[in-house]
Every structure is written in C-alpha cells, then in structure tokens.
Design a protein around this ligand. Structure first.
Ligand SMILES: NC(=O)c1ccc[n+]([C@@H]2O[C@H](COP(=O)([O-])OP(=O)(O)OC[C@H]3O[C@@H](n4cnc5c(N)ncnc54)[C@H](O)[C@@H]3O)[C@@H](O)[C@H]2O)c1
Ligand SMILES: O=c1ccn([C@@H]2O[C@H](COP(=O)(O)OP(=O)(O)O[C@H]3O[C@H](CO)[C@H](O)[C@H](O)[C@H]3O)[C@@H](O)[C@H]2O)c(=O)[nH]1
Length: 324
C-alpha cells in the first residue's frame, strides 16, 4: 500500500511509520515540524508542510495518490488548549477540514484519524465503550470530537471512508530505543517520572490524591506506542478491504494509578527519587479505561506489550539515549 502520514514525525506517527515501512509499505510523512522531529523518519520520506496549506498538500496528494492517509497532525496539550482554544480549533478542526477537502478533491478517500479518550470528558462508566456519552471538558477534546462529527458527515455525504481511533494513554518507546516520546514541553506522566529518575528533573508531582480510586490518585490505561502503531496498520488494511467507516477505542482495558506507575518506575530503574503531592490538575477525570472489544473483534487487534514494566523499560532506555 501507499500511505501518507500527516504528523508522522511526531511520537505516535514515527512509530507507525517505522512499522509500516518494516511491513514493506510505501510511506510518506507530511509534517510541519512544529512539534515533530526530522530525525524520527528517513529524509527521503519527509515532506515539510502544514495540513492548513492546501496548495502544497494538493500537489502532494495529486502526485503521490496514497491509498490511505493516516492523520496524526494536531496540537495535543490539553493545558495549552484551555489557554489558546482558537489555535486548537484552527489546527485540529479546520486543519482536518482542509485535509479532507484536499483529499476528496484529489480522489483520495480513505482516512485514519487520531482521536482520543478526551472526547468522553468525565465518563460515567468504566471501562468506556465507544457508545458512551461524549462530553469533552477542554478545547482539545472538543476539537477532536468536532472532527469525528465532520468525518461522519463526510462519510455519509461526500464519499469519505474513515476510521477514528480513540487512543487512551500512549507510552513507551521502540524496543531498540532509536525513536521515542519527545514532546516539548513534556507534560505526560511516564516521561516526566523517568526524567526525574535520570536526574533531569528534581521531583515528580502527583496531581491530586483525593480521587475516588483505591489509593486516591487518578487511574489511566497506558498503551505501548507499538501496539497503537499496529492498530493503524490493521485499520489501513480494513479500509483497503472495503471496511465501513467506524470508530474504535484503543487501550489495554487495564488501569494503573499515578502511585502505581511511580512505584513501577522505581522498580524498573532501580532509582529512588522525590515524589510530591499537589493539587489536582484541571480537567483530569478520575479513571479512564478503554473497553477495546470492538477493535479486537472488527480489526483483529490484540495487545502484545500490555505490561507496564515493559512500557517503562523501553521509555527509560529512550530517555537515557535520546537522539532528539
Ligand atoms: N500522546 C497521546 O497519549 C495521545 C493520546 C490520544 C490522542 N493522541 C493524538 O495522537 C496524535 C499524535 O500525538 P503525538 O503524541 O504523536 O503528538 P506529537 O506532537 O508528537 O505529534 C504530532 C505531530 O503533528 C505535527 N503537526 C502539528 N500540526 C501540524 C500541521 N498543521 N501540519 C502538519 N503537521 C503538524 C507536529 O509537528 C508533530 O510532529 C495527535 O493527533 C494527538 O491528538 C495522542
Ligand atoms: O506530572 C504529572 C503528570 C501527570 N500526572 C497525572 O498522570 C495521569 C496521566 O497524565 P498524562 O498527562 O500523562 O495524560 P492524560 O491522561 O492527561 O492525557 C493523555 O491521554 C488522554 C487520553 O486518555 C488524551 O488523549 C491526552 O491528549 C493525552 O495527553 C493524570 O492523572 C495526571 O493528572 C501527574 O500526577 N503528574
């Protein structure tokens, strides 16, 4: 297959790029490098540009004619979205509108979209099924839910075929530590803990110890980035085989509290480090755990690395040998 990955120089995109190339697919990455890293992909496969620049995008789509576009490009920091909502709607929502318009104008009609557990807001039940109420609590989640609705409408009225994958908490790095998570600034729990273990940071803060959970700290469903990458490969096969447009959760259906993640990191790294307890962060639900039965049944996806210590081990090796 020929695939185009928007945002493919970012964290999840670069792991998916690697996997698709290893499977023998032809892959191009379209990324404006606002948060991505040219080093994460082969130079010949990288086209630098924004999804908001339809001229460049159309030239690429017309000449390359990908079978499937995997759309990772977005702004991702929840905290920034609260302060700069317009930037999130412009990049994430309008950007996707521009991308889908350019695709359909050029006769490219298959899209895999990076959605998020953030569309559920504060979920009423756990584990969360795709049919649960969608009620985002920040502009980031709203920008993604708006895209899901846009895609659904385009699939009904404009011939788009899509899958939206709602990721839970992506974590870990490639086994050989050649690529990994490199957000700037980093706000995600596991890399921040590991930067504390390496001494790059002085301490790790637990955001809230009064959640209605067994140890009072928030619970998340951490999924290894390579398992997430495989979900995209299967979704591409599914669309290429004529699968209908659909939405899938992707997580391990297993949750760990912040305290449990910190304890696991101390064990894996063999390092003790200072832990502080602070106030809750705005907009953090107590528990986010995926019901992933649908993606298993429909796409045949199965977790391979569902082991918190493996996730932390790969992320730690990456932190110690970071190339970008
Ligand atoms: N990291 C997570 O835990 C998580 C969870 C749920 C959903 N997601 C979604 O997955 C996707 C990838 O996340 P990530 O963690 O790899 O983030 P990332 O920031 O590492 O990757 C995003 C990439 O998109 C690029 N980009 C941003 N705006 C662009 C534009 N206008 N044109 C072209 N490229 C642009 C950035 O340069 C970057 O390389 C995002 O859509 C994010 O919302 C991530
Ligand atoms: O220094 C920190 C950082 C995080 N946390 C806590 O650790 C948990 C995980 O936080 P992350 O920032 O790593 O991840 P989030 O669950 O906030 O969000 C991530 O996963 C979501 C989906 O589940 C969204 O997609 C979002 O974009 C993505 O960043 C949360 O309870 C958070 O409060 C801390 O206690 N201390």
């Amino acid at each position: 297959m020929k695939l185009l990955l928007t945002g493919g120089a970012g964290y999840i995109g670069s792991h998916t790029y690697r996997l698709l190339k290893a499977q023998g697919h032809t892959v191009k990455v379209y990324d404006n490098l606002s948060n991505g890293h040219a080093e994460a992909v082969e130079t010949d496969d990288l086209i630098v540009g924004s999804i908001q620049h339809t001229g460049t995008l159309k030239t690429l789509l017309e000449t390359y004619k990908p079978d499937v576009v995997i759309h990772f490009a977005a702004f991702i920091e929840v905290g920034v979205s609260v302060k700069k909502p317009f930037e999130f709607f412009a990049n994430n929502t309008e950007g996707t509108l521009a991308l889908t318009k350019a695709m359909l104008d050029c006769g490219v009609n298959k899209l895999i979209f990076s959605s998020t557990a953030a569309v559920y807001g504060y979920p009423e039940t756990t584990p969360i099924r795709e049919t649960a109420k969608k009620s985002p609590v920040n502009p980031y989640g709203t920008s993604k839910l708006m895209v899901e609705e846009l895609l659904e409408s385009l699939s009904q009225w404009a011939g788009l075929k899509y899958t939206a994958i709602r990721y839970f908490n992506a974590a870990g790095a490639s086994e050989d530590a050649s690529i990994g998570e490199a957000h700037n600034p980093e706000t995600h729990l596991i890399p921040l803990i590991l930067k504390t273990a390496t001494g790059e940071r002085k301490s790790i803060s637990i955001f809230g110890t009064d959640f209605p959970t067994p140890d009072g700290t928030a619970i998340r469903d951490y999924i290894h980035v390579d398992d997430l990458a495989r979900a995209h490969m299967l979704a591409a096969d599914y669309l290429a085989d004529g699968g209908k447009s659909d939405v899938f959760n992707c997580g391990y259906s297993e949750g760990y509290s912040v305290r449990e993640v910190i304890e696991a990191a101390k064990k894996v790294t063999g390092k003790d480090f200072p832990v502080e307890e602070t106030e809750r962060r705005d907009g953090d639900p107590a528990i986010l755990i995926a019901d992933s039965s649908k993606i298993k049944q429909t796409l045949g996806w199965q977790p391979v690395h569902n082991d918190l210590e493996y996730i932390i081990k790969t992320a730690y090796k990456w932190e110690q040998n970071r190339k970008y």
